[in-house]
Write a protein that binds this ligand. Structure first.
Ligand SMILES: NC(=O)c1ccc[n+]([C@@H]2O[C@H](COP(=O)([O-])OP(=O)(O)OC[C@H]3O[C@@H](n4cnc5c(N)ncnc54)[C@H](O)[C@@H]3O)[C@@H](O)[C@H]2O)c1
Length: 419
């Protein structure tokens, strides 16, 4: 066996679920077929560091089938042990165990990096950053990396600004075919359904406070409203706040909104968005969850230091007694709820994100040696290609820009003004 997993005997169950997921990933499969035909990834070492469930495993297997030497890692809380076992059974070195400690998680990423990848396919940029701090020797030979999330692209742009980024990055997250669908639709749906499933209470008429009205927040607000909740949005960006007003939601400072929240969901992806003081404003029995995913997005460690105490726990719900005596329910210890306590985004939506990730791998390899060590946007033609492939699966059809339109778009002479 290669890699480090919990239980190799689970492989059959994992393989069945991977085979099922693959059926709903037409765009990713089509881009992988193009990689096979072009021979672009043949013999290329590709490290995949992502939430390890059937959709990610499909990507790893498709890359391997296209001829790449694939290696996979994942942090423990986002690992499905049966899926990890299926990958190892298929011959892909995999470093991921559900019960991993933080030290194990780090060792697993280091083991992945010790395969000297040419390309890293990352989610959250933890692996790219660890490569820079703990394995800098491997960077010079790399073609680059592609990053899937808003919260991962942000620190990579900081590294670029500080002159510390040493490899080209494709901001897969920023492709339109990724963030307009995964963040805004898939995550909105899967976060709200994960929270609703854990609470198992009616949502009609309850007060839901959505912290942040970016792409994820707007999706969470829309899905909560669709279940009948009264939605209040909190923001720090006046334009985003105004968009929330125009979408029909109340907008208030968090300190006020928390006072009437039955359910509060943070979607900023920024640590310490919801502070211990905000938690103290919540009514007795309120529930809090994270849809963004930064460590301590809800400052639970600070709350504990301030005297909050766990008084009960049932499954993924922990009841905290706050210093003011009120009890609140914390869902899955403030981890990214749709991933850590549910199955992540719908497959058809992840098909778009993974199609973009594979298009980014193709772009990095086609441009090897020519891209600067900065954060790049995926070229529009590659972005459009993934969308066009997926459109068919959603039974959509497309027109083409006509010659007459093209002529109008490219000329500057004011023919529309009478002489
Ligand atoms: N759970 C998932 O499956 C999943 C999927 C996609 C993205 N994400 C993560 O969700 C997070 C948000 O992604 P996005 O694409 O919506 O980002 P975004 O930048 O579009 O939105 C974030 C919003 O939060 C607002 N904000 C920042 N600080 C705030 C504060 N203190 N109070 C209120 N609002 C505040 C910002 O103004 C912005 O509008 C990121 O961490 C991203 O990686 C999670």
């Amino acid at each position: 066996m290669t890699g480090r997993i919990a239980d190799a005997t689970l492989w059959r169950e994992g393989a069945e679920r991977i085979a099922w997921a693959r059926e709903f990933m037409p765009a990713t499969t089509a881009i992988a077929a193009e990689l096979t035909d072009s021979g672009r990834v043949r013999g290329v070492r590709i490290a995949v560091s992502d939430v390890l469930e059937p959709k990610t495993a499909t990507v790893a297997l498709l890359l391997a089938e296209a001829g790449a030497d694939v290696v996979v890692s994942c942090v423990g809380r986002d690992t499905d042990d049966a899926v990890a076992a299926a990958l190892v059974h298929a011959g892909i070195p995999t470093y991921a165990q559900r019960n991993a400690t933080e030290a194990d998680d780090r060792d697993n990423v280091l083991a992945l990096l010790d395969h000297h990848p040419d390309v890293i396919v990352d989610d959250g940029a933890g692996t790219i950053r660890l490569a820079h701090t703990a394995r800098p020797d491997i960077l010079a030979a790399m073609a680059g990396a592609t990053e899937q999330t808003t919260s991962g692209v942000r620190p990579l742009r900081t590294m670029e600004r500080l002159g510390e980024l040493r490899i080209p990055i494709i901001a897969a997250n920023d492709a339109r075919t990724k963030s307009l669908f995964d963040n805004a639709h898939g995550t909105g749906q899967s976060v709200v359904l994960a929270v609703a499933d854990l609470l198992d209470e009616p949502w009609a008429g309850i007060d839901v406070v959505v912290v942040g009205f970016g792409r994820v927040g707007s999706g969470v607000a829309r899905h909560a409203a669709a279940l009948g909740a009264r939605v209040t949005v909190t923001e720090v960006d006046p334009v985003a706040a105004l968009q929330a007003v125009f979408a029909g939601y109340a907008v208030e400072p968090l300190a006020d909104a928390a006072g009437h929240a039955d359910v509060l969901i943070s979607t900023t992806g920024i640590a310490h968005t919801v502070t211990a003081a905000h938690l103290e404003r919540l009514p007795d029995g309120a529930a809090v969850a994270v849809g963004g995913g930064a460590f301590q997005e809800i400052s639970l460690l600070n709350a504990r230091e301030a005297g909050a105490e766990e008084v009960a726990r049932q499954g993924a719900i922990s009841v905290l007694r706050l210093p003011n005596g009120r009890r609140i329910r914390v869902l899955d210890d403030g981890h990214c709820i749709n991933v850590s306590a549910a199955e992540g985004n719908p497959i058809q939506v992840m098909d778009l994100s993974f199609g973009i990730q594979l298009a980014a791998v193709e772009h990095l390899l086609a441009s090897r040696g020519t891209l600067s060590p900065t954060v790049h946007i995926l070229p529009a033609a590659a972005d459009d290609r993934v969308a066009a492939l997926a459109l068919g699966a959603f039974r959509g059809g497309l027109d083409a820009v006509s010659d007459a339109q093209r002529d109008y778009l490219t000329s500057w002479i004011p023919r529309d003004i009478a002489p």
